[in-house]
Design a protein around this ligand. Sequence first.
Ligand SMILES: Cc1cc2nc3c(=O)[nH]c(=O)nc-3n(C[C@H](O)[C@H](O)[C@H](O)COP(=O)(O)OP(=O)(O)OC[C@H]3O[C@@H](n4cnc5c(N)ncnc54)[C@H](O)[C@@H]3O)c2cc1C
Length: 317
Amino acid sequence: METPYDAIVLGAGISGLALAARLKRKTQSVLVLEKSAGVGGRLATRRGNDCTFDHGAQFIKMRKEDTELWREAVGSQELEHVWFSRAECDYVVFSKGLTQLRKSLAQAVELKLNEKVVRLESGKDFCTVLSETGARFLTKKIYLTCPLPQSVALLRNSQISIPEELEHIEYAPALVGLFRVQSTSPAILNFTYQQDYSECIFSISNQLSKGVSQNLAFTMVMQPTWSKAHFENDDAKSEQDITQFFKEALLRIGAGQDFTVLSSQLKKWRYSHPLTTAKTLFQILPADSKIYLAGDAFGGGHILGALRSALAVPLND
Ligand SMILES: Cc1cc2nc3c(=O)[nH]c(=O)nc-3n(C[C@H](O)[C@H](O)[C@H](O)COP(=O)(O)OP(=O)(O)OC[C@H]3O[C@@H](n4cnc5c(N)ncnc54)[C@H](O)[C@@H]3O)c2cc1C
């Protein structure tokens, strides 16, 4: 008879890792199951030959009152720094990309990658967690931290009922362009970040000025409406369209000064952030007090929201 885990956390994004680290501090046996080949979820950093891009979240938008939550979740971090400050908020980043944050959180926990959970079975004392690879894990409690529509699909597939209001929380998709650029224009080199750049462009981030990339590189996130309208289009066409938008934007940023786009890449996120959030910071499934839901659909659609949710989940009941 296999020994059940005290807790299994689904998803090795920031909320899953922070929650697992908390559970672990209570000396419980904790396992994190992650469907991808790496940890971090929407905290993602892509390294090329000579450029590095954060291609999911770009920064942590930190107000003074968030510092305590941040320290509680992450502990002391010597590698974080303020990229820029605006309107009483610090925009905090990591010099090796936001990957650094997830790696430090993942150190303490037992983790299995490439384990996509496809079914949960809730028994009298324990739950069984089944993955696509055919692996089975027994546990006393399950904590789901996937983007909410993915958790909802998993629970439906397991014939486990969920509160109706959670079924209606939708996520915005995001199409993202990654660009290597050559330029001597001070306006381009010193550009940091701009949000709501246009009707089609949500944000443009300079990965060099952020300290993440060793050479000039930009991440451009398209607006949710544009991303939704183009999500199923041919990838090559979307990349071409986004590159055109980027060139036009850079022309304005550089006030017409010279630049060359050396290369472009497209990244697609089906679930970028929730369009609305749940009324509570986490949810215990009413039919079964062994299953918890947490993540950015509960605490707010950003890194601090995901952490706020992970820190609110009770550990002992
Ligand atoms: C392009 C983009 C830009 C963003 N910009 C910012 C920003 O600048 N600042 C900010 O604060 N936030 C930003 N966000 C939002 C932020 O990244 C998220 O709110 C946060 O990372 C959510 O963390 P999470 O742990 O709740 O979810 P996730 O990071 O999505 O983690 C969930 C994990 O669950 C895994 N999973 C899913 N289904 C299964 C399954 N069946 N079995 C096993 N594992 C599974 C997934 O692979 C994933 O790793 C951005 C997001 C995107 C996509």
